[in-house]
Design a protein around this ligand. Structure first.
Ligand code: FES
Ligand SMILES: [Fe+2]
Length: 310
């Protein structure tokens, strides 16, 4: 059993201690599902890979609660910031921290406007003793700047998932709501191809690689692939990361693998074959066949049944 306070309830309690609060409300809207934003807020490992100005060191992680010390860069200076973040209700998070004489209670509410259209409203309640209230506009300016920096990295992640959803891809999670702790394991496959769509993609790889040694075939999701030629060897790479859908179309191919930009997973080539040599390569998720100049790519991976549509 856990009692959770809303932002407003918490602010009222702190006001009894003489803190005076002022709110800053910032909102964003985009073509992604409400779950994509919820996932993004709970996604612990992306902080390490995606955000340059914040690094989280969680001490306690549960399904709907995380307590951490974040290293945060403000105006080029790194600060340790203790942060508590919990899910207050579905798609509604509360987090709070303090800095010297100031208290900050924040809520982010995610609202589905359509299946692939979402608004996220973040309200910062900034509390200060009365004699320091003059500093609130400066704090608001810093928070607005910090929000812009964070969103410039987070919104492309949500948009990417929206792009895949528009193609018919589905995302999966283990419970009704995303959980903080679930996001820590980046080894899973949490995306599935459009139901009913052929999972076979064919091409003439010799023609495809005629003018460039790095080409994209098929769609941008699991039903597409990237061909990279190196001398007489051709490697077939994925275009999307099967974990949560990041694009790896532009990731550097180093030592036969690409690194996912969202959580750092290393994705090895699905298949490798010699130029103009027939081959059949089967893995747990793919079957790649080369015959003459024709390449047939088949996605045969599947999700475990306990996953729920997100
Ligand atoms: S999307 Fe998570 S490791 Fe690629
Ligand atoms: Fe983020």
């Amino acid at each position: 059993m856990m009692k959770k306070l809303s932002r407003i309830e918490f602010v009222k309690k702190l006001e009894t201690e003489g803190l005076k609060f002022s709110d800053l409300v910032l909102a964003s809207e985009g073509d992604y599902a409400a779950d994509d934003s919820d996932w993004n807020y709970k996604d612990v490992p992306h902080l390490h890979c995606v955000h340059d100005l914040a690094e989280a060191y969680p001490a306690l992680i549960g399904d709907d609660l995380i307590c951490s010390i974040n290293m945060q860069s403000i105006l080029g200076i790194w600060f340790p910031v203790a942060l508590v973040n919990y899910q207050y209700a579905k798609h509604h998070q509360v987090y709070y921290t303090t800095l010297f004489f100031f208290a900050l209670v924040i809520e982010s509410k995610t609202e589905a406007l359509a299946p692939i259209r979402t608004r996220v409203t973040t309200t910062y309640s900034i509390g200060a003793p009365k004699w320091l209230f003059w500093a609130i506009p400066i704090i608001k300016m810093l928070l607005r700047k910090n929000y812009d920096v964070l969103m410039s990295a987070d919104i492309p992640m949500r948009d990417r998932r929206g792009e895949l959803r528009k193609l018919g891809y589905n995302f999966h999670k283990k419970q009704d709501d995303y959980s903080f702790i679930e996001t820590v394991d980046v080894s899973g496959t949490n995306i599935s191809p459009p139901p009913g769509k052929s999972r076979i993609v064919e091409c003439d790889y010799v023609a495809q690689l005629g003018t460039s040694s790095d080409v994209l075939v098929g769609d941008t999701g699991l039903l597409g692939f990237r061909l990279v030629r190196n001398g007489d060897e051709v490697a077939v790479f994925p275009r999307t990361c099967p974990h949560e859908g990041a694009s790896v179309e532009k990731a550097d191919c180093l030592s036969g693998a690409v690194r996912c930009p969202w959580h750092g997973r290393r994705l090895v080539a699905i298949a490798k074959f010699k130029w103009l040599q027939d081959a059949v390569i089967t893995t747990s998720t793919h079957k790649v066949q080369v015959k003459g100049t024709a390449l047939t790519f088949e996605y045969i991976g599947d999700l475990t049944q306990q996953h729920k549509a997100a």
